[in-house]
Design a protein. Structure first.
Length: 90
């Protein structure tokens, strides 16, 4: 399983999804956000599990890796099921 950043062309409705491949990530993304745009505008890029994400900014910025965020989530995701790890909606 890998992490994929999926969004519309101008950075709208960005989500980081953990999935087997980019096609599963895009399919899962489209099921969730299809009402916002056209399928041709979807952009997907693979991310490293060690990539830092700005997690909190209360006084000072703190960062977590994608793997840390995924492990802290209380999800019942199997290793075969895609799931959203981080979401940013405009």
């Amino acid at each position: 399983m890998s992490f994929y950043k999926v969004m519309f062309a101008f950075g709208e409705y960005m989500k980081v999804i953990r999935a087997k491949n980019r096609f599963a990530a895009v399919g899962y993304y489209l099921m969730d956000v299809m009402r916002y745009g056209d399928i041709h505008d979807v952009v997907v890029e693979e991310m490293e599990p060690t990539e830092n994400i700005e997690w909190e900014c209360i006084g000072f910025t703190s960062y977590k890796t994608l793997e840390e965020i995924y492990k802290e989530k209380e999800t019942i995701c199997s290793d075969d099921t895609p799931c959203v790890v981080v979401s940013q909606e405009n």
